[in-house]
Design a binder for this molecule. Structure first.
Ligand code: PMP
Length: 364
């Protein structure tokens, strides 16, 4: 790697050097057009080819069945917190939400503006550690319009390694922090959405994978045209001017993933990377601590603390000096966190583990 730092930010997150170098090489002259992609028209044949390739690559990487639309929508995952209820509620304005952390809570607060939201499950404790309650204890309502959950909570570092069973009620997932990090059976979902700035590019564009049946219900009255899934489906995500550069970077990321072995390969690497980091934390229990139960520890976001939290600042300072950036925990959670998306090289984990080991020896 020629870059000087490993960026452990939760998003905008680290991008692969290969992708950045390609974007740099093409910046002034994209595909012999003499123009930058940033200056290039979104209604041109060439741009259309680029976005078709992008969709085809996503479909291939995730084995998306043909009865799903793939939409590229601006507004971040936060816009989806509203778009999901206003588009799905129709005549039945009631939905179940699983509250597994701060991002699901945000989705719940937004959805409550549009209908009757029931929280079917909240986090629990197992062996003194934070854990997802067993599905048998969830209070799911058969009449719900959909069930929403967040398979990976970016802030708390809690991840489902299984897919909930909702008995025919459409399952909606905020996969912002897990998309393309592990295999997923798309056919089990009604909607999957994910902001791109963690595992699939830069901020500005959100991937929405939606089963065609869910486009049938009419959105709530007065829903802005741009907030209707139907608008994006009918216009192939080109109703208005899209964030073209973000879309292009997403295309480069997907092509990069394909070149490097696809989702199965990244999953294998992700398990190894996260495994090394959790092992480091667990092997020094007098110094470091993770409060997430091993059954639901995230492969993408690893929050941890130093038992003596007065040492956090010096940890961050020393880490930064050797090029380990953005290890501070989320402002609502405090402590420390390493976000290790697909683009984080294994060498970045090795360097962090070696730093943490030395730091514990020196300050323990
Ligand atoms: N959901 C999850 C799981 C997230 O991690 C984030 C952002 N960190 C969001 C939603 C909000 O995304 P955005 O800022 O793109 O709206």
């Amino acid at each position: 790697m020629t870059r000087k730092v490993y960026n452990f930010s939760a998003g905008p997150a680290m991008l692969p050097e290969e992708v950045l170098l390609q974007a740099q090489a093409e910046l002034l002259d994209w595909e012999q057009t003499g123009m930058s992609i940033m200056e290039y028209g979104h209604r041109t044949e060439k741009f259309q080819e680029m976005i078709d390739r992008c969709e085809a690559d996503l479909r291939e990487l995730m084995s998306i069945p043909t009865d799903y639309h793939v939409l590229f929508i601006p507004g971040g995952a936060t816009a989806q917190f509203a778009m999901v209820p206003i588009n799905l509620f129709g005549t039945k304005a009631s939905a179940d939400y699983i509250d597994s952390g701060i991002w699901s809570k945000r989705a719940i607060v937004e959805a409550k503006r549009y209908g009757d939201i029931k929280v079917a499950a909240t986090l629990t404790k197992k062996d003194g550690l934070t854990s997802i309650p067993p599905e048998a204890e969830w209070q799911l309502n058969k009449e719900a319009c959909y069930v929403h959950y967040t398979p990976n909570e970016t802030i708390e570092g809690i991840e489902f390694d299984w897919t909930p069973c909702t008995d025919g009620v459409p399952l909606v997932a905020d996969m912002s922090s897990t998309i393309l990090s592990r295999p997923v059976d798309v056919s089990k979902y009604g909607i999957i959405y994910a902001g791109a700035q963690k595992n699939v590019g830069q901020a500005g564009i959100t991937l929405v994978i939606i089963h065609r049946d869910l486009l049938k219900s009419a959105p709530l009255p007065r829903t802005p045209t741009l907030y209707q899934y139907q608008t994006h489906a009918e216009n192939h995500s080109l109703y208005n001017t899209p964030p073209t550069f973000s879309w292009y970077i997403t295309g480069l990321m997907l092509a990069w993933m394909k070149r490097h072995g696809g989702v199965a390969k990244f999953y294998e690497i992700n398990k190894r990377k996260a495994g090394k980091l959790y092992h480091c934390i667990d092997s020094m229990p007098d110094f470091y601590h993770s409060n997430v139960h091993p059954s639901c520890r995230s492969l993408m976001n690893v929050p941890f603390s130093i038992k003596d939290d007065a040492k956090n600042d010096i940890f961050l300072e020393e880490a930064q000096k050797i090029g380990l950036e953005n290890l501070k925990g989320h402002r609502l959670a405090g402590a420390l966190r390493a976000s290790i998306y697909n683009a984080m090289p294994e060498a970045g984990i090795d360097k962090l583990v070696s730093f943490m080991t030395d730091f514990a020896k020196k300050h323990g």
